[in-house]
Design a protein around this ligand. Structure first.
Ligand SMILES: *[C@@H]1O[C@H](CO)[C@@H](O)[C@H](O)[C@H]1NC(C)=O
Ligand SMILES: *[C@@H]1O[C@H](CO)[C@@H](O)[C@H](O)[C@H]1NC(C)=O
Ligand SMILES: *[C@@H]1O[C@H](CO)[C@@H](O)[C@H](O)[C@H]1NC(C)=O
Ligand SMILES: *[C@@H]1O[C@H](CO)[C@@H](O)[C@H](O)[C@H]1NC(C)=O
Ligand SMILES: *[C@@H]1O[C@H](CO)[C@@H](O)[C@H](O)[C@H]1NC(C)=O
Ligand SMILES: *[C@@H]1O[C@H](CO)[C@@H](O)[C@H](O)[C@H]1NC(C)=O
Ligand SMILES: *[C@@H]1O[C@H](CO)[C@@H](O)[C@H](O)[C@H]1NC(C)=O
Length: 328
């Protein structure tokens, strides 16, 4: 019995350590796009300007307002415009890390293209030979959907998602108190499933342009992600994401909590008293079950992660822009 106990403690410790190592924040690559229509020689002035721009973006993460920064490098005709945008809830440190990694990454991925966009979970970085400041860009766009389907009432889920997205969109476009043009919200789908949603525009857009961009992103959900547990629509000027597991930092005050359209009626009864012999009899199996459950969760979590990484990039959007859809 003692050795069993020791084993359980050891296993629990191991699980705890594995979970906490997952907590280490590292920027996660999502997608990128290099416009290969307008290309240049790899040794050109434009190329040099891109390098200058990228290092300027990386070194100005402190000077960003609301996680957004815009700058240019070079002179006409080789002028490059660039911006970065960090997700509204990431720390300054993670924002800096993300912009640094994303700028190195895009330099490696887009070698001869005049226009590049890279989306990480925590930041978006882009550059162009055209002015992109305070201008709405809805292409290129990338849709990503989870491979897992919704458990339960699909129509109910779609309704809930639609109402949550619309509410967040209106809030970010027309009632943006923070200046970040960023909002998240949680809604109860079923007693066991919560819907987590996020919308964000670049803060340089006007109310109307932000609204238009988000509307366009939300309109893509049925095409990319119908019936799926998670989905993202990534556009240069705005992005949206939803999932049944949390993917942003939960913050009671920051979150918009929306009422579920049909609140599930609780069937849980009051707590029942249990006498002590029974408690002792249950403790061992319960601990063992918890260990097994935790192990199961760990495996599922790994699987889910892999599944989500093996993203499906929908082709529906390809009609909106001529671009390459790379996975990695
Ligand atoms: C760039 O390289 C090409 C050949 O790769 C060469 O023809 C061209 O002169 C080079 N341009 C500059 C500005 O060095
Ligand atoms: C940015 O932040 C770092 C560390 O917080 C600091 O050392 C550096 O001087 C800051 N840069 C600017 C331009 O404020
Ligand atoms: C950033 O964009 C604004 C217009 O939205 C522009 O006035 C400003 O000069 C830009 N900043 C830089 C450093 O280019
Ligand atoms: C989270 O909430 C606290 C107050 O509870 C607030 O000070 C903080 O700015 C919030 N963080 C974000 C990212 O919204
Ligand atoms: C969602 O469910 C939790 C727990 O059942 C409850 O505390 C919370 O108020 C519910 N939220 C909404 C928006 O109904
Ligand atoms: C839940 O059930 C109780 C009794 O079964 C009922 O009085 C109550 O109105 C129900 N609540 C909802 C939200 O359906
Ligand atoms: C541009 O992308 C297309 C595929 O989308 C590819 O066939 C073509 O080779 C690319 N052109 C260049 C110059 O990389």
């Amino acid at each position: 019995m003692a050795s069993l106990f020791a084993t359980i403690v050891f296993v629990l410790l191991f699980i705890f350590l594995s979970f906490s190592s997952h907590g280490e924040a590292a920027p996660t690559y999502s997608s990128h796009y290099c416009d290969n229509i307008t290309s240049f020689m790899p040794n050109s002035t434009y190329r040099a300007n891109i390098r200058t721009l990228l290092s300027s973006l990386s070194s100005h993460t402190n000077s960003s307002t609301n996680g957004f920064y815009n700058t240019t490098a070079g002179r006409d005709p080789d002028l490059v415009y660039g911006t970065f945008l960090c997700r509204g809830d990431v720390s300054a440190d993670l924002c800096r890390k993300c912009v640094e990694i994303a700028s190195n990454d895009i330099a490696r991925r887009c070698v001869t293209e005049k226009l590049g966009v890279i989306w990480y979970d925590e930041c978006t970085l882009r550059y162009s030979d055209q002015n992109i400041f305070s201008i709405i860009r809805e292409v290129p766009g990338i849709d990503i959907s989870s491979s897992k389907s919704i458990q339960g009432d699909k129509d109910g889920f779609n309704q809930l998602l639609s109402s949550v997205m619309n509410s967040l969109m209106n809030r970010v476009a027309y009632d943006d108190q923070s200046g970040k043009r960023f909002a998240t919200g949680e809604a109860n789908f079923t007693r066991l499933q919560t819907l987590y949603s996020l919308v964000q525009c670049t803060p340089d857009l006007t109310d109307a342009l932000c609204f238009r961009c988000l509307q366009s992103a939300i309109a893509s959900i049925p095409m990319c992600c119908d019936g799926k547990q998670g989905g993202r629509v990534l556009l240069p000027s705005c992005n949206i994401r939803y999932d049944t597991s949390p993917f942003y930092r939960l913050n009671g005050t920051a979150a918009v909590v929306l009422p579920s359209p049909s609140p599930p009626n609780s069937t849980t009864q009051g707590k029942r008293k249990t006498s002590s012999p029974i408690i002792i009899a249950i403790v061992a199996p319960v601990v063992t079950s918890l260990v097994l459950l935790a192990l199961g969760l760990l495996v599922l979590r790994k699987k889910a992660r892999n599944k989500y990484n093996a993203v499906k990039v929908d082709s529906a959007r390809s009609t909106r822009g001529n671009y390459v859809m790379d996975k990695k």
